[in-house]
Design a protein around this ligand. Structure first.
Ligand SMILES: [Zn+2]
Length: 69
């Protein structure tokens, strides 16, 4: 499952126990050892990419093109 942290960034969490600690080397949960499904990993990467794109767009909107007088 995928959580959102207070900043709005996605965080991958274990489907079994809900913890967010993953062993990235083995791709499994630290708490219960449940492997992260390829689908969950894909969803997480997509959520992360969407978040990065949204944040970049927001940053560009904030600074804007240099049209100020
Ligand atoms: Zn777990």
């Amino acid at each position: 499952m995928i959580f959102r942290n207070p900043a709005g960034a996605p965080e991958l969490a274990c489907d079994q126990c809900g913890c967010r600690w993953f062993d990235r080397m083995s791709g499994s949960c630290y708490e219960c050892g449940m492997p992260v499904s390829p689908q969950a990993q894909r969803e997480y990467r997509e959520a992360l990419a969407a978040f990065a794109a949204a944040r970049q767009a927001a940053a560009q909107e904030r600074t804007g093109p240099a049209t100020a007088p």
